[in-house]
Write a protein that binds this ligand. Sequence first.
Ligand code: VGL
Ligand code: ZN
Length: 196
Amino acid sequence: MVSYDERTALIVVDVQNDFADPVGSLAVRGGDRIVPRVNEEIRNATEGGGAVVLTQDWHPESTPHFAKDGGIWPVHCVAGTWGAELHPALEAVADAPRVRKGRNGEDGYSGFTMREPLSGQEMPTELDSLLRERDVERVVICGLATDYCVRATALDALRLGYTTTVLGDAIAAVELEEGDGERAIEEVREAGAILA
Ligand code: VGL
Ligand code: ZN
């Protein structure tokens, strides 16, 4: 079990209906099964004095991220829709800051960075500054999906200098290709993340 303090934050990545609900448009196998484990971790973090921060994939109706507009994904997590809402079984998150990636049509996978879809230019979200304001040095990452947003968020956290733990039993993978989840875990481990 990870132990939390004021310098350790829990980042709950994209636990939204479109990923976590079995009828979501980009439902991740086992996505709903991680929710009780994520809730337990939210309690651990809160009891230890650690901040809890949530990210949300937050797309416009049309974006080169979607297959219908030239990308690879079914339409998902469109701003303001049911699919973009946090899974209703997530507990005790009313006061947690939410970082919504893509408010202005940017996309990208990491909770820390967005990408301007046409120019490809990367820009930070508010996540890093939000953590720095709280003097956070360590992050613990859980949520969806292992092979996309969890992976990208963990790699960015390491690049930004955070001691980074990924909770192996509180993540689930999209697996466009079988094995993508395992490969992503191996990659973040090699980059320096702790698997817990
Ligand atoms: C994600 C695919 C497309 C994720 C977001 O949250 O992992 N995956 N957009
Ligand atoms: Zn997306």
